[in-house]
Design a protein around this ligand. Structure first.
Ligand code: HEC
Length: 144
């Protein structure tokens, strides 16, 4: 528990300092503005675990509560087209934040592949990193 408290103090301190640091690209409304350095996320399972699972749950079944509705990715027919989840991840959608500033093209390919082949989904066609690049929103650097 003590460890937990000092850890959250550290995270808080990092979040307070982050806006002052001269980041090359800090996007106020993206998670990466606060996160800065991330732990390695070498495959789709890691991206899902670190970025998506808190809302969509470990089993991909989503959740309802506290006024929010996190849709299930399990057995979700909208995942049939690979570009749909990729677009949502890059641009956000309704109550879901966007992750274009956080994830590389490959990480988007990986996590989209992961959710389309797990949780009862069996869509094996894959996106290419170049296709993801084309879907990216045009980001502007706000701190210059
Ligand atoms: C902070 C919570 C949160 C996180 C983190 C999050 N999502 Fe979402 N996601 C949502 C919410 C809320 C919606 C529904 C938005 C709406 O309908 O207004 C959603 C919708 C979606 C949809 C569309 C589902 C549909 O039926 O149309 C997909 C696909 C999706 N998320 C994938 C992901 C992936 C992949 C990640 C990780 C890279 C992720 N989400 C991270 C909250 C989150």
């Amino acid at each position: 528990m003590r460890y937990y408290h000092s850890l959250s103090a550290l995270v808080l301190a990092a979040a307070t300092v982050a806006p002052l640091a001269p980041y090359k690209a800090a996007y106020a409304d993206s998670a990466s503005a606060v996160a800065g350095k991330m732990q390695a996320m070498p495959d789709g399972a890691a991206v899902y675990k670190h970025v998506c699972q808190s809302c969509h749950m470990a089993d991909g079944k989503g959740a309802v509560g506290a006024g929010a509705r996190f849709p299930a990715l399990a057995g979700n027919a909208k995942l049939k087209t690979a570009s749909y989840p990729a677009y949502v991840v890059l641009n956000g959608y309704g109550g879901m934040p966007w992750f274009a500033g956080l994830l590389s093209d490959k990480q988007v390919v990986d996590v989209v592949g992961y959710i389309r082949t797990h949780f009862g989904n069996h869509y094996t066609d894959t996106l290419k990193p170049d296709e993801v690049k084309e879907m990216r929103p045009s980001l502007t650097v706000e701190d210059q």
